[in-house]
Design a protein around this ligand. Structure first.
Ligand code: HEM
Length: 418
């Protein structure tokens, strides 16, 4: 293995994957269906609804004595959009570790910050990132696999490039991607606050240096864009983003950009490999790839829910909830609401297209959606070009998709050139 093949995932992340792969909860939908028949809004968090010990992601997990989970599409969509009542400040205690950032801001502040970052994810920029950062790393990964008979594509392909792409676009040199990814993961480790603080200092020191360099000598990376942007304040005055504000953007985007897409690619590959007739169609007709991507994001999104905090006494679908209630909006359950999709549990890329909730909804709709879609499309196409006849390895333990909070395949074991 070359050094490149080691980037993008560290031992902590491997451990989280191993833990999630213990079969904690594999099948979510029988329980969701049973509950949804009784109503869209249920008292309790995901762990309580599934009757399992909670070991959810510290990043997104906020606790409250009053806690509800929403399972219906229309009801979840309404809560995502009623941002003045269902606030994103719910994340404040957890994601502030990076500095002030979009995810935990409410309107109108959120909109002012988001507009600064939006140009970094424009269509033209995505084309540039595709040829500059994504294709070269994918080619190197495929080259590394070319002579192997068998491989686990989840750890040996999917997990190894998204961190590289997003870090490169932020001006982080190739040899620094692995330490950067390691710091980002450790910063969110609430079980060892001292280690989290150490990682936070390393992150701040490194990014602080990049910010100083780009303020003095800007180029076309995202840090240069942010370092030289002016934020219009509420009173109409303007200020250059502070170092803290840039760190907040960087921490959020580097974490979101390196921790989601690879899970979706793993789920998509496994789902196709488990359906050889569909895989064959996709290999010979690549115009189907975008439909397969959208169906994957509907069918099994990599994160199952996002939370909000009630800013006043309110109700949702007729269920009263006091100020301070935490509401978990299950995008996975919403994406299988039988009132919106026929046969929702079928993986059917040919179903009529309509928006799903894999990227959320409302003002916080995923800013990286075009990047994620581009990465999924290019990574799937390059793999199918290189190994058009690949099939599931019948000798490997049977793989499956698992996880209550993060969804991922246990593995994607293949014979590459049968
Ligand atoms: C398959 C991959 C991905 C999925 C399923 C996904 C999903 C989501 C969802 C559901 C949200 C909304 C969170 C909320 O409302 O609380 C979100 C927000 C966000 N995502 Fe993604 N994401 C993906 C990839 C990416 C990538 C590659 C980036 C790279 C920058 C990214 C950056 C962000 C950011 C910065 C936000 C916060 C936006 C805001 O608060 O305005 N995501 N994502």
């Amino acid at each position: 293995m070359t050094q490149t093949l080691e980037i993008g995932i560290n031992e902590g992340e491997r451990e989280r994957n191993r833990h999630n792969a213990l079969g904690v909860v594999n099948e979510l939908h029988p329980r969701f269906d049973e509950l949804r028949e009784r109503g869209d809004v249920h008292r309790g968090n995901m762990a309580e609804l599934f009757g399992v010990a909670s070991s959810g992601p510290s990043l997104l997990m906020r606790r409250s004595d009053s806690h509800f989970t929403v399972l219906g599409y229309e009801t979840a969509d309404a809560a995502f959009r009623r941002h003045e009542v269902f606030s994103s400040r719910v994340y404040e205690e957890t994601v502030m570790t990076w500095g002030p950032n979009l995810l935990s801001m409410d309107e109108p502040e959120h909109r002012r910050y988001r507009m600064l970052a939006q140009p970094a994810f424009a269509n033209k920029t995505m084309q540039d990132w595709e040829s500059r950062w994504l294709v070269p790393i994918l080619d190197r990964l495929i080259e590394g696999l070319a002579h192997a008979e068998r491989a686990d594509l989840y750890m040996g392909y999917c997990a190894l490039f998204p961190a590289h792409t997003i870090c490169s676009s932020f001006g982080i040199g190739e040899s620094d991607v692995a330490p950067m990814h390691d710091w980002l993961l450790r910063m969110l480790n609430t079980s060892d606050p001292e280690d989290a603080a150490r990682a936070g200092r390393s992150f701040a020191e490194y990014m602080g240096r990049v910010v100083r360099e780009r303020r003095a000598d800007p180029n076309d990376d995202v840090i240069s864009l942010l370092a030289n942007s002016e934020l219009v304040d509420e009173d109409g005055s303007r200020h250059q983003l502070t170092d803290d504000e840039i760190m907040g953007f960087a921490g959020l985007m580097l974490t979101a950009g390196s921790g989601t897409t690879y899970r979706s690619l793993g789920i998509m590959l496994l789902t196709l490999l488990q359906r050889p007739a569909l895989l064959e169609k996709v290999v010979s007709d690549r115009s189907l790839v975008p439909q397969v991507i959208e169906e994957t994001l509907r069918w099994d999104p990599p994160l199952t829910y996002f939370s909000r905090l009630a800013t006043r006494d309110t109700e949702l679908d007729g269920v009263p909830m006091p100020k301070g209630t935490v509401v978990d909006l299950s995008v996975t359950a919403a994406n299988h609401d039988p009132r919106r999709w026929e046969d929702p549990h079928e993986f059917d890329p040919f179903r009529p297209t309509q928006p799903h909730m894999g990227f959320g909804s409302g003002p916080h709709f995923c800013i990286g959606n075009q990047l994620a879609r581009m990465e999924l499309r290019v990574a799937l196409n390059r793999l199918l070009d290189a190994f058009p006849r690949m099939q599931l390895d019948p000798e490997a333990p049977e793989p499956f998709v698992t996880g209550l909070y993060f969804r991922m395949p246990t593995a994607v074991p293949v014979i590459l050139n049968p």
